[in-house]
Design a protein. Structure first.
Length: 124
């Protein structure tokens, strides 16, 4: 009788351990693997687009700042003895500032791509 209890206990332990280590369905694990691969691809694409945007963004910020600083300097010269130079600086600074702003806006197209805007995912 004692051996019978030990055998029953051993069989029940083996049975319960097999239940706890049962395999998840292959479809479910493939789905998770595909989703992880898709997320890794998205992260790499975001990093690539942000690395493309960074130089244009920096150049745009510097150019716009310089242009608007020139505009301010030109505005300070208006109405004084260097009035003609002030007008030239106003127009030149405005043009440089606008071109810097255009560079900034142009760099945002990469940032928009990095965020996934304008792109539809297969699951949605």
């Amino acid at each position: 009788m004692k051996n019978f209890k030990v055998v029953c206990l051993g069989i029940s332990i083996i049975f319960l351990s097999n239940l706890s280590f049962s395999q998840s369905p292959k479809i479910y694990s493939d789905s998770i693997k595909n989703e992880i691969l898709a997320l890794q691809y998205d992260v790499k694409e975001i990093q690539l687009n942000l690395s493309k945007a960074q130089p244009k963004l920096q150049i745009g910020i510097i150019t716009a700042t310089l242009g608007y600083a020139i505009t301010i300097a030109g505005g300070q010269m208006l109405g004084r003895e260097n009035d003609d130079l002030g007008q030239v600086l106003l127009y030149t600074g405005g043009a440089v500032g606008i071109s810097g702003t255009v560079l900034l806006i142009d760099s945002f197209k990469y940032i928009g791509k990095a965020g996934g805007r304008g792109r539809k995912r297969a699951g949605n």
